[in-house]
Every structure is written in structure tokens, then in C-alpha cells.
Design a protein around this ligand. Structure first.
Ligand code: PMP
Length: 354
């Protein structure tokens, strides 16, 4: 730390992103990326946009916003694009939380929520999951705090139903409920259609997983026009050109190429079942995931030991060394071939370890 770092941030522990190793090629199942490349249309449009990079991007993101509005069934002023969904989540903490509107989220969830809260000096409550890692929707009824719910939750992969989320939103009319649907396309129910019914609902989604654009950095929030106007105030007070030209163009391609997107989501959901069954057979305990990852605990081998042994053999999975998560690992569901390779190496590793 330099002697110039302000006391405001000196105690901040930043979020630790998943490893992105450059020195060696791994079977990379650690950051829930898509195993499939971006749609050919997305790639072509991004390449075309590269020729105009001398010009600033459109801060209003009009072309992308119009295509998204049409595709998702919302009005253009009910949606705001950001640099990954991390950015819209941070904007939501900035816009809708303070000392009088504390945040609330599960005690096991996306690790960035407490970091955003601390960054913005927002008090927060962490609400414990049930013993089986499910969120108890009743814990959130009428709590009058700004609620952040990843649905499906991370890293458990377990989803609440649309009805359960609606109950939470309806019972907290004077607080914003942010539903982070980063993984919703792999089998859970989206509450996006409810933004017209509830002016306190903000739905966040990302293009990083189901739309194969993790490296493009594109996400959005959708909600009532008033909520989106607030978030635009934050965006225009931080970084108006937050979406670069190539990413906006790729986003249009990813939205337009709906068949490619749906086909890939179906493939992941189908592939997920095979490693899940094979892992269960090996005695591994799994949560019922509706996302593009599995959350797994071996009865005899510790989470970190398994993570390290697999890494040694060229397989990267995600390990969280925190008290509630350290027995588990999160494994991205890749292509059928990747999962076969993963299972083959896992069996060898388990034999060696036991
Ligand atoms: N929400 C959840 C639950 C996530 O796991 C992630 C991915 N780390 C994000 C949001 C952010 O994704 P991105 O910024 O790539 O859109």
C-alpha cells in the first residue's frame, strides 16, 4: 500500500477473480465461461466494428439497446447495458443502498456482493442458507432492505422459483430487489417479465456465460423506467463510454443469433447430467444445479487437495478457501468432450489420493 492510499479504502479486501492462467493451457473449468465460441454473427459484427475504433462508442448504446428491447420484450428505456454485469451490480449498490437502506443477501452467494457493499460503505446483512444450501424465501419477506439474490445462486447452482422471487419482491414494495440472473439461461425461470408489474424489481443478466462473450464484457439491468434512469445517472457519473464499439456490435450479433444461443444453452443443460451422474457414482455430493456449473464435495478428499491435484494434472476448477465453502469445489460444465476428459483425469487423481 502506498502512503497515498486513502483511509477510506485501506481496509478493503478486493474480490478475487478466478484464475486466468497465461503460462500453460489448462482444461479450464474454473470461471463458468462457455465452451463454445461467440456466434459467427457476433464475431463478424465485432470485426467490422474494429474498423471504427478511432471513434468513441455510442454512450446511449442505441443500436444494441433497441435489438435487446425487441428480443427481450422490454422498452429501450427499461434496460441499461454495462461493462459486464459486475458493473450494473455495483451501480445498483451505489444507487439503491446507503446507511438507511442497507443491503441483504445470502451468506453463501456471489462473492462480489460484500465487496461492492464495502467499497461503497454500505452496511449489509448476510442471511444464512438452509443446511441443504437452499435460499429460504420466507427469510426475505418484508425485510425492508435492498435485496440481492443470484438466481440460480452461486456457487451452489440452486434456483428459487419465479413465484418465490415474486413473493419477495411483492413483500418489499419500498425496497429494491435485485435479481442477478447470470446463470438463468441454463434451466431456471427468469423474472424479467415481472419488471412491468413491480417498480422495485431490477433484473441483471450477463452475456458472459450463455452468450459466449465473457471476454467482451457485456451485461445489463432491466427494470422500471425510473430505476433505469437512476442507474443511468450513476453510469454518466462514472464512465459514459462503458461499452466499447466491438462489444456492442458483438452483443447485437449474440442477441440476433437466437438459435445459436438457445442451442448452446440446451447443450450445456444436457451435458450437465452426465458428469453429475458420474460424480454421484464416485460418491461425490452435488447440489441440484440448474446452471452451467456443478458444486461438488468429495466425502474423503478435501476441496483444496482435490483442486490442487487436478491443477497439477492440467485441470482448473474453482476452489473457495472460506469456512462455509472449503469442502467444495465449483466445476464449470463445458462441452461433452471436456467433461469426459475431466472425469477421466478426476478418476486418476482420486485413485492417487486415496
Ligand atoms: N453474477 C454472478 C452470480 C456471477 O457468478 C458472475 C460471474 N463472475 C457475475 C454476476 C458477473 O459476470 P460478468 O461481470 O462477467 O457479467
Amino acid at each position: 500500500m502506498s502512503r497515498f492510499f486513502t483511509s477510506r479504502y485501506e481496509a478493503l479486501t478486493p474480490y478475487t477473480p478466478g484464475e486466468q492462467p497465461q503460462e500453460r493451457k489448462y482444461l479450464k473449468l474454473n470461471t463458468n465461461e462457455s465452451p463454445f465460441p461467440p456466434s459467427p454473427l457476433a464475431q463478424r459484427l465485432a470485426r467490422q466494428a474494429a474498423g471504427d475504433l478511432q471513434l468513441y462508442s455510442d454512450p446511449e448504446c442505441r443500436a444494441l439497446t433497441n435489438v435487446a428491447a425487441e428480443t427481450l420484450g422490454v422498452e429501450p428505456d427499461e434496460i441499461l447495458f454495462t461493462n459486464g454485469s459486475d458493473e450494473i451490480l455495483n451501480f445498483a449498490f451505489m444507487a439503491f443502498c446507503d446507511e438507511t437502506h442497507p443491503a441483504a443477501f445470502p451468506n453463501i452467494t456471489y462473492g462480489f456482493y460484500p465487496v461492492f457493499a464495502k467499497l461503497n460503505r454500505i452496511p449489509y446483512e448476510e442471511i444464512p442458507l438452509r443446511a441443504d444450501f437452499t435460499v429460504n424465501a420466507d427469510d426475505y419477506l418484508g425485510i425492508g432492505k435492498t435485496i440481492f439474490l443470484a438466481n440460480p445462486n452461486a456457487p451452489t447452482g440452486i434456483a428459487l422459483t419465479k413465484d418465490e422471487i415474486e413473493k419477495i419482491v411483492a413483500s418489499n414494495k419500498d425496497s429494491v430487489v435485485v435479481v442477478d440472473e447470470a446463470y438463468v439461461d441454463f434451466g431456471a425461470e427468469s423474472v424479467l417479465p415481472l419488471i412491468r408489474k413491480y417498480d422495485n424489481l431490477l433484473v441483471c443478466q450477463t452475456f458472459s456465460k450463455s452468450r459466449s462473450l465473457a471476454g467482451g464484457r457485456l451485461g445489463f439491468g432491466a427494470g422500471s423506467k425510473a430505476l433505469i434512469a437512476d442507474l443511468r445517472t450513476i453510469k454518466y457519473s462514472t464512465n459514459p463510454y462503458n461499452i466499447n464499439r466491438m462489444t456492442a456490435a458483438a452483443g447485437i450479433g449474440a442477441l440476433t443469433d437466437g438459435d445459436y444461443f438457445r442451442g448452446n444453452c440446451e447443450k450445456i443443460a444436457a451435458v450437465r447430467e452426465k458428469p453429475a451422474a458420474a460424480l454421484t457414482e464416485l460418491g461425490v455430493v452435488l447440489t441440484p444445479s440448474t446452471s452451467n456449473f456443478l458444486f461438488a464435495k468429495h466425502p474423503a478428499v478435501g476441496g483444496q487437495a482435490l483442486y490442487l491435484a487436478l491443477k497439477e494434472k492440467g485441470v482448473l476448477i474453482r476452489h473457495f478457501e472460506t469456512p462455509l465453502l472449503r469442502d467444495y469445489n465449483r466445476i464449470t460444465v463445458g462441452s461433452a468432450e471436456q467433461m469426459e476428459e475431466f472425469l477421466r483425469i478426476l478418476k486418476t487423481v482420486l485413485e492417487e489420493l486415496s
